[in-house]
Write a protein that binds this ligand. Structure first.
Ligand code: AMP
Length: 435
């Protein structure tokens, strides 16, 4: 199949051709026809599958077919969890709509609201928005959603993870009930299905990666290692494997900064990207990473969300995600658009519980490979005072405890026990960068 078989207009085909795409990806082949027909869509697709073009192309086609209205008003509303994703989707809209007289706007927080208000006043056809800032506009009466014909929820699972459900409901209330709704999500929790049931009307179901399974073309490996030697092992892997572009996930903003600094000290060009950095600093780090000036980009989950980096070969979980579904999103950063990818997780004995949660969600057992000289230490000292008599089973991994490690590990496990999933959810909310 090629793009012209899908019945897209000549202008859109020209834009697609300019991108060098020869064939629609599976999600595009499946999503474009029903979306062009005006149907609702419930799509299971991770970033990297080509899903953005999967909804952008048919929606632009529909707008073009309808012709320009007398008064420009938002006809397509695309809701996304983060400003990075908003910027990237907006770029896709501009790219694919290059030959169409269509105006779009990015609406997200962290930047002045005034230029957005001015642009809205002049009239736009498509808005790509994060929920928080869109609500600000709604409260100020600077946005009119009464003409919305299509609503797209992109990365819906992430929006729910970030605590946007109430914001979403408030937005939905202001939209015309007669509309087309498209929902894209990498994972399908009960909450997502509930959302879909409430807001979608007899949707076409499209699935490119089976439910909650990990992208199969990503080779995944776990390297067991002591917590305090993770950084050393990471530098070794990057240097030894001659990895040139590595995205590393860390748990906290502070941890990302510290790790980037340490990697720089090891002679590896590294930068950190997270919600505390200004939009400009994030853009710069991303541009440096893309053009090869920065070899290692250390990111938190939220900051990395939606980063569109082509052909990213290596993703490293320096810390495993607190929310196991995030693992799927993280490794979706590699093996993009048909490329082979490599996802490495550095797992200390204290991380084993998180690893088991990941394996449960992905329904796989990830291969463990011990790197010579970096074997994890036994964990008999894991919070002994809290779990008397419940010694963890995983003590056989070998490797003698380093002198003095017992005390340090006990301290670390104490820290780990504080970062409960609910604690992480609370942090996520505070981290919410989109408003
Ligand atoms: P997405 O999943 O929308 O983030 O897209 C992932 C990447 O795939 C982006 O870098 C797109 O430019 C690229 N892409 C989208 N459609 C195609 C296609 N049909 N052929 C090759 N690459 C594509």
């Amino acid at each position: 199949m090629n793009f012209s078989d899908l019945g897209l207009s000549a202008e859109l085909l020209r834009a697609v051709e300019k991108q060098g795409y020869t064939q629609p990806t599976p999600i595009q082949a499946q999503a474009i026809p029903p979306v062009m027909d005006g149907r609702d869509l419930l799509a299971s697709a991770q970033t990297g599958t080509g899903k953005t073009a999967g909804f952008t192309l048919p929606l632009l086609h529909r707008l073009q077919q309808q012709g320009a209205p007398r008064k420009r008003n938002i006809r397509i509303l695309i809701l996304v969890p983060t400003r990075e994703l908003a910027a990237q989707v907006a770029e896709s809209v501009r790219t694919y709509g290059a030959h169409l007289p269509i105006r779009s706007i990015e609406i997200f927080g962290g930047v002045s609201i005034r230029p957005q208000i001015a642009k809205l006043k002049r009239g736009v056809d498509i808005a790509i928005a994060t929920p928080g800032r869109l609500l600000d506009h709604m409260e100020q009466g600077t946005v009119d959603l009464s003409a919305v014909e299509t609503l797209v929820l992109d990365e819906a699972d992430r929006m729910l993870d970030m605590g946007f459900i109430r914001d979403l409901r408030r937005i939905f209330k202001k939209l015309p009930t007669e509309r087309q709704t498209l929902l894209f999500s990498a994972t399908f929790s009960k909450d997502i299905l509930k959302l879909a049931k409430t807001f979608l009307n007899n949707p076409e179901r499209v699935e490119v990666a089976p439910r909650n399974t990990t992208a199969q073309r990503v080779s995944q490996v776990v390297h067991p290692v002591a917590q305090k030697r993770k950084r050393e092992l990471l530098s070794f892997l990057i240097g030894h494997g001659n990895w040139t572009q590595v995205l590393v996930f860390a748990k906290t903003k502070h941890g990302s900064d510290r790790l980037a600094k340490q990697l720089n000290r090891d002679g590896l060009d590294a930068a950190a990207i997270h919600g505390n950095k200004s939009q400009g600093a994030r853009k710069r780090a991303l541009a440096d990473f893309k053009n090869g000036d920065v070899r290692v980009l250390v990111a938190t989950d939220i900051a990395a969300r939606g980063l569109d980096i082509e052909k990213l070969p290596h993703v490293v979980n320096f810390d495993l995600p607190q929310v196991p579904e995030d693992y799927v999103h993280r490794i979706g950063r590699t093996a993009r658009a048909g490329q082979a990818g490599h996802a490495v997780s550095l797992v200390s004995p204290q991380d084993e519980k998180l690893l088991r949660a990941v394996e449960k969600v992905t329904r796989t057992r990830i291969k463990r490979v011990v790197i010579d000289g970096y074997d994890a230490e036994p964990v008999e000292d894991t919070a002994p005072e809290k779990t008397p008599g419940r010694r963890p089973r995983r003590t056989k991994r070998g490797g003698k405890p380093a002198p003095g490690s017992k005390r340090r590990q006990t301290k670390k496990s104490g820290t780990a026990s504080k970062t409960s999933p609910s604690g992480s959810r609370r942090r996520r909310r505070r981290q919410k960068p989109a408003r």
